[in-house]
Design a protein. Structure first.
Length: 81
């Protein structure tokens, strides 16, 4: 084994550890966001907001947190323009 092979192996090991840590960090964040999304929905319902609107509120929160660069556009379900 040459020094270059040892160095590559060391770097590969560090990269694997960093990727694993990143996956765990992202997973923890997603779980927290899911819990908060549930709280948004539950609090809206408790405040008397209709189910459909509370669901949209929670969905909007989730979408903005998961993809902050994407705008959520509501489609016209009634067909009115």
């Amino acid at each position: 084994m040459t020094n270059a092979d040892g160095f590559d192996e060391l770097i590969s090991g560090i990269e694997t550890e960093m990727n694993q840590a990143l996956i765990e960090k992202r997973g923890t964040a997603v779980v927290a966001l899911a819990r908060i999304t549930g709280v948004v929905y539950a609090e809206a319902i408790a405040a008397g907001v209709p189910h459909v609107l509370a669901q949209e509120m929670a969905t909007d929160y989730w979408a903005k947190e998961m993809h902050p660069q994407v705008a959520v556009v509501a489609d016209d379900q009634d067909g009115d323009e």
